[in-house]
Ligand binder design. Structure first.
Ligand code: MRU
Length: 350
């Protein structure tokens, strides 16, 4: 059974799988305006770094078509687009793919201020992402050996990206080859992307999946059940620091203690060569209601949605160009310097 696509673009119509309803219900939202796409990103109807970027690129096309005046001058076209872009960029601050995809669409409009041109750019971003997932899968698959126990966190699967996902791509390919291995999925408090999304998509695809609470990882590692941890990322900074869903740092620290490899799957659209280190990244702080639910005592809450895993705790980063091993900064620049997200933001040509 295949996972429903997170982002659907057909005949100039943008539909987003409403991930807030999963796994109970598979329902799509139709995006008709800038307000629709902004709300979908902010409220996590669409989520996951690459999927947010793809959705935003198409969202700009929809917003521009919805209010397109006849015979609009190129300058007016660009200034309307810049206004929408600024609005979308603020929707979520941490995943670099959002700013990167918006920047690509705006740069295209600098060369060619027309609806067909920006639509073509959004479609290219989407197609490239699908190819990148396949390449990450091929490079990462050998890291999963027969009988291995793989632990993953949050959702870096098809729902967060396209087709094979990033962290899940090596798993999907190994499964397709008929290799036996187990995947342990962290629940991922507070929004349960692991329990609701990753466990759902991997089990539908027939993988051997076991769900655990976030606080069980150490005891499974101590029992020898985990051979590697494999996660996605929302941004990797120039030096190889990894920003990912809150709780990722816990896993990296545990891996160091237990001598377990800690791998990160990162497409070039998520490598931010323009930001030097993880401490320079804005970490999104979300509302208290996500943590409180209806069971907790009504006390003050902290809810940072992401954390920073220092490069020193990362065994290797799986990119579409190959596996980057320490020293990570040199390896990442070597692989992705010119195609990295930061390059596009700086206006460098890839
Ligand atoms: O807040 P979300 O659900 O958008 O966060 C997504 C993540 O942090 C995922 O873990 C993922 O690894 C990054 S997307 C491939």
């Amino acid at each position: 059974m295949t996972t429903p696509a997170a982002v659907c673009w057909r005949d100039n119509r943008l539909e987003l799988l409403d991930q807030r309803r999963l796994p109970r219900e598979v329902k799509y939202l139709t995006i008709r305006s800038i307000a629709d796409i902004e709300r979908a990103i902010r409220t996590l109807a669409v989520r996951g770094a690459p999927a947010i970027g793809i959705a935003a690129a198409y969202g700009l096309v929809v917003a521009m078509s919805a209010e397109s005046p006849p015979d609009e001058a190129p300058e007016a076209f660009r200034s309307r687009l810049d206004g929408f872009a600024a609005r979308l960029r603020r929707a979520r601050p941490t995943a670099v793919n959002l700013a990167w995809a918006i920047e690509r669409v705006c740069r295209r409009a600098t060369a060619e201020a027309s609806l067909p041109a920006i639509r073509d750019e959004a479609e290219a971003i989407h197609r490239e992402d699908e190819a990148i997932c396949g390449a990450i899968g091929r490079h990462g698959a050998p890291l999963i050996t027969p009988g291995a126990g793989v632990l993953t966190h949050c959702n870096a699967g098809s729902l967060a990206v396209s087709t094979l996902g990033t962290a899940t791509a090596p798993m999907y390919l190994r499964h397709r080859d008929g290799m036996p291995f187990r995947v342990f999925v962290d629940e991922t408090r507070p929004l349960l992307q692991g329990a609701r999304l990753t466990a759902w998509e991997l089990s539908r695809a027939g993988l051997d999946v076991t769900l655990i609470c976030d606080n069980m990882a150490a005891s499974l590692m101590a029992a020898g059940e985990i051979d590697l941890v494999l996660v996605g990322t929302d941004r990797v900074t120039r030096n190889g620091d990894v920003i990912n869903k809150i709780g990722t740092l816990n896993l990296a620290v545990l891996c160091r203690h237990f001598g377990i490899p800690f791998y990160v799957a990162c497409p070039s659209s998520t490598y931010d060569a323009a930001t030097l280190r993880g401490s320079d990244v804005v970490i999104e702080e979300r509302g208290p209601e996500e943590v409180l639910g209806d069971h907790a005592a009504r006390v003050p809450v902290r809810n940072p949605a992401f954390d920073v895993t220092p490069a020193t705790l990362v065994t290797a980063i799986i990119t579409e160009h190959g596996i980057a091993r320490p020293p990570l900064e040199a390896a990442l620049i070597g692989f992705m310097g010119r195609s990295a997200a930061g390059s596009a933001r700086n206006g460098e040509r890839g």
